[in-house]
Design a protein around this ligand. Structure first.
Ligand SMILES: Nc1nc2c(ncn2[C@@H]2O[C@H](COP(=O)(O)OP(=O)(O)OP(=O)(O)O)[C@@H](O)[C@H]2O)c(=O)[nH]1
Ligand SMILES: [Mg+2]
Length: 305
């Protein structure tokens, strides 16, 4: 399992990896680490989406430890993988359900198309495998197709889906779902939300309203607010985190589509900028394609060592 996942992740990271490895190799084919080399290295790191802060710090560290020394590209890659791993370790936390909560309420947010609904399906599958009882809530009430998509996931993984009629009120639906989940002793309530509302303030109002009504029943809910980000969007993911953090109390991230032509370097920039837990990564469209985020594996995959 781990191997399949790793090779998949590596394949997905190939775009970032290629940029990094080829860039580093070009800079360091047995060469003295001088100012020019460090400057080129910084550019390579920035172009791989790691962010300017990380790039500058890595370069500063190399300057401190290796300036004027003969280095090879392999040495630099090894050292870089270690540095990136250090940045990623503090954010690599799986999503932990609080067993005292029946149910643990998870609100899933993000802009449209990032993989919210798919991630809910994958999470539900993994909870079913652990013998838990998830209930899904079709809180994206604006599109019939969104409700159907979640219902298909529910059938696939064997989890009930609570949906309303056309244009049902998402907050009302979430409220009723929580009542039912409590009555049935469900372990986890996964609430899908719309990613595409006509403007930001409508989206903000709707999310806030969902949270407000949930708290009428359980003042500690939602226990997790997952922001789903699509890795292929690169730097734009940073802006999405900013916007959502303003709206709601985001407790953790899921980064999807790391199997495609992903720009995995963005995960490092996210870790550095926000320090929010990265709970899991998506490496495909199937139920089993959500994996815990492993800092060291990810760093190695990214650098291509
Ligand atoms: N390759 C790949 N595709 C993914 C992954 N996660 C989601 N997708 C695909 O991305 C597309 C959008 O996923 P959805 O789950 O519908 O995204 P969403 O955030 O719910 O979208 P809206 O409801 O429109 O806001 C679908 O075609 C998914 O199959 C992933 O990790 N890898
Ligand atoms: Mg959706």
């Amino acid at each position: 399992m781990a191997l399949g996942f790793l090779s998949r992740l590596k394949e997905g990271l190939s775009r970032s990896t290629q940029k990094l490895t080829e860039g580093i190799s070009a800079v360091f084919r047995k060469r003295r680490l001088d100012d020019a080399a460090l400057e080129e290295l910084e550019e390579v790191l920035i172009s791989a989406d790691l962010g300017t802060e990380v790039a500058q710090r890595v370069v500063a560290n190399f300057r401190r430890t290796r300036f004027g020394k003969e280095v090879t590209d392999e040495e630099i890659k090894q050292a870089l993988a270690e540095e990136l791993s250090e940045i990623l370790v503090p954010v690599a936390h799986p999503l932990r359900l609080d067993p005292a909560r029946k149910p643990h309420v998870v609100l899933v947010v993000g802009v449209n198309g990032t993989g919210k609904t798919t991630t809910i399906g994958k999470l539900a599958q993994s909870y079913r495998e652990q013998g838990l009882r998830p209930i899904l809530v079709a809180g994206d009430t604006f599109r019939a197709a969104a409700v159907e998509q979640l219902q298909i996931w529910g059938e696939r993984v064997g989890a009930p889906v609570i949906a309303g009629g056309a244009n049902a009120d998402a907050a009302g639906l979430a409220f009723n779902a929580l009542t039912r989940a409590k009555a049935e002793g469900a372990d986890v309530l996964l609430i899908d939300t719309a990613g595409r509302l006509h403007n930001k303030s409508v989206l903000m109002d709707e999310l806030r309203k969902i949270i407000r009504v949930l708290r009428k029943q359980d003042e500690t809910a939602p226990h997790s607010v997952l922001l789903v980000l699509d890795a292929t969007t690169g730097q734009n993911a940073i802006q999405q985190v900013r916007v959502f953090k303003e709206m709601v109390e985001v407790t953790g991230l899921v980064v999807t589509k790391l199997d495609g032509s992903a720009r995995g370097g963005i995960v490092v920039a996210l870790a550095e900028t926000f320090g929010l837990p990265v709970h899991a990564v998506g490496v495909g469209e199937k139920a089993g394609d959500l994996r815990p985020f492993d800092a060291a594996d990810f760093a190695r995959g990214l650098v291509g060592t």
